[in-house]
Design a protein around this ligand. Structure first.
Ligand SMILES: Cc1ncc(COP(=O)(O)O)c(C=O)c1O
Length: 384
């Protein structure tokens, strides 16, 4: 047997831009890695301790397929207060991270051939997840000239009778843009008018720069919005693999039915950790979230002083997405050159879809002192 035994799309190894850049970086010393979106901070110790204590006391079994009832209730309570909209635990399912949450939702809603609009540049798995669900991804660009803000006209133009859903991520990876209340409301209104679902990935909801308020289309279109979120970013818990879906109860039931044949339930220790994190939200999230706000604020200001790039300041998330077109290089060549010339590892914008070409993603996942060193190196570079 050989690769020809695989499903057609896996017979050729898929190009993996990020893996290629990282492989190169691994052969070098003195590299500043600003590529991966994994917070460098460890999970707050109190969360880890609480989970381990529960497991040591015997909490090591499957939970209900939808998640522990008390965790579902805690998530419902969080949503009731965050969105000022009563949310019940029937509208919540605990998953193995936000990415798994979106996978389950797409599997549950997409009929073969139905279209799902994905706004690009976007978190790379979205397009593939739509395909895995048998759907057709319809990629709609957000415009660089407008700071990658929501382009309602472009979305309207992409809607067809086959449009089933639209995936949106705000605050956004990779662009750092965030929906305003007016944009979120307009998008919600559009979903109601054309009867499609909004799949709202809100994993960076806590990562908003000072003066930027969180907005979600669910406020306008609760029957048309399914939210995915998780604990990876807010509580630096990427490795625990724990997240959730909040949406209408019929969507939750169907997602659980899909997951019955995938992972059944989310890891019990991670659910214990999540419960503790929610019960101590402020004290456990603040050290993580504030550290990133400080870094993003610094980079917004410091990168604006680098004369060969153009920066639209990030409104939130943990990323910046500067325009490197003034260098005359495409994003892959630029990332390669940046690694060679300055020992800085970033992700070429094209990894997030064609509309990301001409940009690079910088993840603020290093301490402030390291970011300062990176900026000093950037300022010394010339590109002719
Ligand atoms: C936009 C976005 N959604 C989802 C995820 C994955 O979240 P989780 O770790 O909860 O699966 C990431 C991780 O980088 C992300 O950037």
């Amino acid at each position: 047997m050989d690769r020809s035994a695989l499903r057609k799309e896996y017979q050729q190894p898929a190009p993996n831009i990020l893996a290629d850049v990282c492989e190169k970086a691994a052969t070098m010393t003195d590299v500043i890695d600003l590529s991966i979106g994994d917070p460098d901070l460890s999970t707050p110790a109190a969360i880890t301790r609480a989970a381990f204590e529960k497991v040591a006391a015997g909490d090591s079994h499957y939970t209900s397929a939808l998640g522990k009832p008390e965790l579902r209730q805690a998530i419902a309570d969080l949503f009731t207060s965050r969105y000022q909209r009563p949310t019940t635990s029937d509208e919540v399912m605990v998953t193995v991270g936000a990415e798994h949450a979106l996978f389950l939702v797409l599997q549950a809603i997409v009929n073969p051939g139905e279209e799902v609009i994905v706004l690009e540049p976007s978190f790379s798995p979205y397009v593939n997840q739509v395909k895995l669900a048998g759907g057709v991804p319809v990629e709609v660009a957000t415009a660089a000239e407008h700071g990658f803000a929501l382009d309602l006209a472009a979305i309207k133009a992409a809607i067809t009778p086959k449009t089933k859903a639209l995936v949106i991520n705000s605050p956004n990876n990779p662009t750092g843009n965030a929906l305003t209340a007016a944009e979120a409301a307009a998008l919600g209104q559009l979903a109601i008018e054309h009867d499609f679902l909004i799949l709202s990935d809100e994993i960076y909801a806590d990562y908003l720069n000072p003066g930027v308020a969180f907005a979600s289309p669910v406020t306008t279109a609760p029957e048309h919005t399914i939210i995915v979120n998780g604990f990876s970013k807010t509580f630096a818990m990427t490795g625990w693999r724990i997240g959730y879906i909040v949406g209408p109860d019929w969507a939750i039931e169907a997602a659980a039915a899909v997951n019955d044949s995938v992972t059944f339930s989310a890891p019990t220790p991670s659910q214990d950790a999540a419960l503790y994190a929610l019960a101590h939200y402020e004290e456990t999230s603040a050290p993580v979230v504030n550290e990133f706000k400080e870094r993003l604020t610094y980079l917004n200001q410091a990168l604006a002083e680098v004369d060969w790039l153009k920066l639209t300041p990030a409104m939130g998330s943990i990323y910046l997405f500067p325009d490197i077109r003034p260098t005359g290089l495409d994003s892959l060549t630029f990332a390669d050159e940046l690694l060679k010339k300055a020992g800085i590892l970033v992700v070429p914008g094209v990894a997030f879809g064609q509309p990301g070409e001409g940009f690079i993603r910088i993840a603020a996942t290093q301490k402030l002192a390291v970011l300062k060193e990176a900026v000093a190196r950037l300022k010394q570079l010339t590109w002719n």
